[in-house]
Structures are given as structure tokens and as C-alpha cells.
Design a protein around this ligand. Structure first.
Ligand SMILES: [Ca+2]
Ligand SMILES: [Cu+2]
Length: 366
């Protein structure tokens, strides 16, 4: 099943050539706006501005789903208004506060109903979620069901299944949250989920067209900059970066804006519907896309019946063999009601009104 390296290289060259036209990054021009008012706790002011969005290469893989086209291209010009963003992914202790305050029950904790899944046998209608399990031997990387399994009893309190818990994991990102769960948390916190454009603007940390959120070198001076996978995927995570599996927040250096784990550790929900051709649509319109919110409806040709939203950032499972989506600008996607143990979120807060007042006629090049 393994493809000779020479074929891969040839395919990559053809691919690069085919996609090179228009794949050019221009400089990030940040808005010249001061943070409006007091800093909300745990958040960081992102000035917003104009930037080149997308990735020149898609990293040659796609985590859960094989991909027919480069959904992170073409590179196109986008402008976002200033906003606040959580410095880290939402942690277990933060999510716990929300649940305590509201009594909220996450999707993974709810028993699926006969109405939702009319054809499923009754014994399959069990609350649970999707968990990664390493394989005991090398496998062809063409079928993600080899390492993803639906585990009854898996949910945010038991991220790997009923036998797992959150003891000592207060500062770990909450996982096993579906999109409506993340949305409910955000609403409670007086925040919202980021658009994909906001996420990428924040992730780039003021840099323009770099491969990673910190620059062009994966390990500058030998330093690990993000929690990813080392070793043979999906057999054994060697954990050379200090973590085999998920890490607490703030264990790797922040990006230029002071944001942690904008690449690696856990994927994060964005509010945009997923369509692989969305950037193409924006790019064909020409000009600068202002505060893009994603397409009006979701469509993934790989699974046309599923409603998916965008995931960003990549996770501790990302690796150069299968899915290198810790590369900034690359995209992920997921069915809205499905959580996994490598998917979390962080929130943003609009400062649009205040920012508009401040920017009137004063937008300058940084
Ligand atoms: Ca790791
Ligand atoms: Cu990945």
C-alpha cells in the first residue's frame, strides 16, 4: 500500500506547479486601533487588519478525511475588524464553571433518540463520543476508522471513555465538545466562536505568509513550538515534544500576539460552515473580503450528507506522514454534533463598535 517516495515527489511538483498561480502572500497590514476599554480576563486584543489568507500547500494530508482538492487555496486578501480572543483554548475548569452555572448537558452526554437515527438498532442508541486509539501495527493511512472509535460513555468529563477522568487535568483544553456545546459556552461567557478568518488572522500573530504561526522553521534552534505527533502514525506517539497525547494549555511558546497553542494540541471550532471551494469563490469575486463569515451552507463532497463546520489549528495527532495541519492557513472540518478527544475551542468577543469609532480615518500601515 505504500507509495514510492519518487512518485510522491513527482506528484507534489505537479501539484505545486498547478497551484502556484495566485498563491502569493502579501504583507499583513494591521489596523491601527487601540484596544477599546478594559481587557476582558484571559483575552488578548487582536487589532485586525488586512492579510493574505490560506495556505500555499495543503500539507499533503488531511487528518480524518482524504481530500480531492486544495481547500486552503487560493491565497486571497481578507480584512477583519479588531476583536478580543481567548489566550488559550477553553480549559476543563472553565467548562466546568459553565456546566455548574447552567446545568448544560453536552451532546455526547445525551442519549441519541430513535427519531434522530430511525434506522439504528436500539442497542446502538447510547450516549458517547469518538476517541482516538493507536493501532497495534502499521496500517495504510487510507481509512480513519482504523484509529477512531465511537466509545459509549466518552464525553468531556471522560474524554477517553468511562474509565478516564479529569483528575489533575483542570488546565487541559476541554475536548469532546460538539459545535452546539461550544456555542452554548460562548453565549454563557458573553462571547462567540471565531470566524475562520479571525482565527487565522490571530494565529498568524502579525506575520505574513509564514508556514507556521511562529515562522518558517518547524523547530527554530531545536525548540518544539507546538504539540504534535512524533513517531509512526497511528501506532505510537513518541512524545519527543514532551507530550504523547494532549497537553495542558500554555506549555509551548505563544505566537506574536501572545496566543497559546494556535497550532497543535487540539483542533478548535470556528463558526464558518465548511465548503472546500469557499476560498475559490471569494477569490473569484476579487478585491478584499471584508469580515468573511463562511459560505451560506455546508458542503463536503467527501460526506455530502453531513453538516460540517471549520476546524482550525491541528492537534496533537498531526504529523508530517499523514496530516500536517499545524501549518498555518490549512483547514479542518467536522460534523457539527461530533466531538472527539482532539477537538476543543476558544472564544472571541467583538469589539467592532468601539473599533469603528477609533479607526475612522486613522487606519495606517504598521
Ligand atoms: Ca506531542
Ligand atoms: Cu492533523
Amino acid at each position: 500500500m505504500r507509495v514510492p517516495a519518487v512518485v510522491v515527489v513527482a506528484a507534489l511538483l505537479i501539484y505545486r506547479t498547478a497551484f502556484s498561480a495566485g498563491d502569493e502572500f502579501a504583507r499583513t497590514v494591521a489596523n491601527n486601533v487601540s484596544p477599546p476599554g478594559k481587557v476582558p480576563e484571559g483575552m488578548i486584543w487582536i487589532p485586525g487588519g488586512e492579510f493574505s489568507m490560506g495556505a500555499a500547500a495543503d500539507g499533503g494530508g488531511s487528518c480524518e478525511m482524504p481530500m480531492a482538492s486544495n481547500d486552503a487555496g487560493p491565497i486571497h486578501r481578507v480584512r477583519v475588524d479588531g476583536f478580543w480572543v481567548d489566550a488559550t483554548a477553553v480549559t476543563n475548569e472553565q467548562f466546568e464553571q459553565f456546566v455548574k452555572a447552567t446545568g448544560y448537558v453536552t451532546i455526547a452526554e445525551r442519549t441519541p433518540t430513535k427519531e434522530e437515527f430511525p434506522t439504528a438498532p436500539a442497542e446502538n442508541l447510547v450516549a458517547g463520543s469518538v476517541v482516538f486509539a493507536p493501532t497495534d501495527h502499521e496500517v495504510p493511512l487510507d481509512n480513519h476508522f482504523q484509529w477512531w472509535t465511537y466509545i459509549p460513555g466518552a464525553n468531556w468529563r471522560h474524554p477517553l471513555g468511562p474509565d478516564s477522568d479529569l483528575k489533575g487535568k483542570e488546565k487541559y483544553p476541554v475536548v469532546q465538545v460538539a459545535y452546539p456545546d461550544a456555542e452554548a459556552y460562548a453565549k454563557w461567557a458573553g462571547k462567540r466562536l471565531p470566524t475562520e478568518a479571525e482565527f487565522e488572522f490571530a494565529a498568524r500573530g502579525g506575520l505574513s505568509g509564514k508556514t507556521y504561526v511562529w515562522g518558517d522553521e518547524f523547530r527554530p534552534n531545536g525548540k518544539w513550538m507546538a504539540n504534535t505527533w512524533q513517531g509512526k502514525f497511528p501506532v505510537k506517539d513518541a512524545g519527543e515534544d514532551g507530550f504523547a497525547g494532549i497537553a495542558p494549555v500554555k506549555r509551548f511558546p505563544p505566537n506574536g500576539y501572545g496566543l497559546y497553542d494556535m497550532a497543535g494540541n487540539v483542533w478548535e471550532w470556528c463558526s464558518d460552515w465548511y465548503r472546500p471551494d469557499y476560498y475559490k469563490t471569494l477569490s473569484e469575486k476579487g478585491g478584499v473580503a471584508i469580515n468573511p463569515q463562511g459560505p451560506d451552507s455546508p458542503f463536503d463532497p467527501a460526506e455530502p450528507n453531513e453538516k460540517k463546520r471549520v476546524h482550525r489549528g491541528g492537534s496533537f495527532l498531526c504529523n508530517s506522514q499523514y496530516c500536517s495541519r499545524y501549518i498555518v492557513g490549512t483547514r479542518g472540518k467536522g460534523e457539527v454534533n461530533t466531538g472527539t478527544n482532539h477537538l476543543g475551542f476558544r472564544c472571541v468577543k467583538s469589539a467592532q463598535e468601539a473599533a469603528t469609532k477609533l479607526t475612522a480615518g486613522s487606519s495606517t500601515v504598521r
